[in-house]
Design a binder for this molecule. Structure first.
Ligand code: PEP
Length: 254
């Protein structure tokens, strides 16, 4: 079975005290994480070491950075490199979240560079893709998402894509309370898998975990995650509430 992942994206939220309290509450919650599942905390840079220490010894609880820079080192004031993340043992990096694409003008070409440095240093990208409302309304979401994958990933070999995670996040569903229906999510996830199979192989496409993101809540997680091509979720708002997020983790496919 492909890895099933519940990934929290805290975004730019929580003080250190609030973050520690949230993780303490989650560690005390009745969460079951079986062998083919993972809980990933996508936390702000300053908290990575602390949250990693807190979850030490808890199997299959990992941290993710929310971004990285596309260069390895040098005169890039304010940026954080994958080499730095690697040196503190961070396994995952969220790449290309729609908020970074929109507010920081990240392009598909720049994201290709970020994916490259992640693989160079052995970090696993959680690569975000997804369309805006106007594209969904025009009915061109499949080709739009396909192009995002093509321009940021298709230069890579199948071998380097091992352990790759894709998060499909329709922009119209992020933080809006408007979730994609389970049919819409399944349709796009199957499309993404078919695109990866056509470019690489069905073996590789079947091994990639594809997460859904966009107003996932405890009340809709089970249905969304129950779809055959939905391998868990990237969760924003609901990951900030311990009772909500623990229920979402427990909704992963068993
Ligand atoms: C996200 O930040 O990736 C996200 C999906 O946010 P939300 O769950 O709040 O819609």
């Amino acid at each position: 079975m492909r890895k099933q992942i519940a990934a929290a994206n805290w975004k730019m939220n929580l003080t250190l005290y609030q973050a520690e309290t949230l993780v303490n509450d989650l560690l005390a919650a009745p969460i079951e994480i079986s062998e083919h599942q993972e809980l990933v905390f996508g936390v702000p840079f300053p908290y990575l070491i602390d949250i990693q220490k807190k979850t030490e010894g808890r199997e299959r609880m990992l941290v993710a950075a929310q971004n990285c820079y596309s260069k390895v080192s040098g005169a890039y004031t304010g940026e954080v490199s994958v080499e730095m993340l690697k040196s503190i043992g961070v396994p995952y990096v969220i790449i290309g979240h729609s908020e970074r694409r929109e507010y920081c003008n990240e392009t598909n070409a720049q994201l290709a560079e970020k994916v490259n440095v992640c693989f160079e240093y052995g970090l696993k990208p959680i690569f975000c893709c997804g369309e805006a409302l106007a594209i969904r309304e025009a009915g061109t979401q499949n080709s739009y998402v396909e192009n995002q994958l093509k321009e940021s990933l298709f230069h890579l070999t199948a071998e380097s894509l091992t352990g790759f995670v894709i998060a499909y996040e329709p922009i119209w569903a992020i933080g809006t309370g408007k979730t994609a229906t389970s049919e819409q999510a399944q349709e796009m996830h199957a499309h993404i898998r078919a695109v990866m199979a056509a470019q690489y192989s069905s073996e590789l496409a079947d091994s990639i975990s594809i997460l859904y993101g966009g107003s996932v809540k405890s009340t809709n997680a089970k249905e969304l995650f129950g779809q055959p091509d939905v391998d868990g979720g990237l969760v924003g708002g609901s990951s900030l509430v311990a009772t909500e997020f623990s229920a979402i983790v427990n909704s992963l496919k068993k």
